[in-house]
Design a protein around this ligand. Structure first.
Ligand SMILES: [Zn+2]
Length: 118
C-alpha cells in the first residue's frame, strides 16, 4: 500500500514509506519529510521496527504521530504558510495559528483518516 494518497486542501500528496535501506538518505534522527514542490511525504519505514534499543514501547503510535506531523506540514504549505512570516510570543496566544487550526481541523481529520494516521 505504497504510496498512500492524501487530499490536502485539494492537492493530492503521496505518502511513501521508505524501506530501511532507502531511509538512509534521510538525515539521522529525521523520521519524515514533506516536499511541497513535489507533493510528496517520505516516512522512514523503519520507525515501526523495534531495534532493541527503543525507549518507546509502541512504535505504531510514533509512526502515526509522524505521519500526522508531516500531513500538518503539507496543510501549512498548501495554505501559503511557508515560513516567511514570524511572530513573537507563544503559540497558545497566536490568534492566526489558532484560527488556522480551527478552520483546518475538520479537513485535517479527514486527511488523517485517509492516511490511516489516527
Ligand atoms: Zn516537521
Amino acid at each position: 500500500m505504497n504510496p498512500i494518497e492524501v487530499n490536502v486542501l485539494g492537492q493530492t500528496y503521496k505518502v511513501y514509506e521508505l524501506a530501511p535501506e532507502d531511509g538512509g538518505t534521510m538525515e539521522d534522527g529525521v523520521l519524515g519529510t514533506t516536499d511541497w514542490t513535489t507533493h510528496e511525504i517520505m516516512l522512514r519505514g523503519s520507525i515501526k521496527e523495534p531495534t532493541g534499543n527503543d525507549s518507546l514501547a509502541n512504535l505504531d503510535v510514533l509512526y502515526r504521530e509522524t505521519l500526522r506531523h508531516e500531513i500538518t506540514h503539507a496543510f501549512l504549505f498548501e495554505s501559503g504558510m511557508t515560513g516567511s512570516d514570524t511572530f513573537e510570543g507563544d503559540f497558545a496566544h497566536n490568534e492566526l495559528m489558532v484560527d488556522w487550526f480551527a478552520m483546518q481541523a475538520p479537513k485535517m481529520l479527514k486527511a488523517f483518516e485517509e492516511a490511516d494516521a489516527l
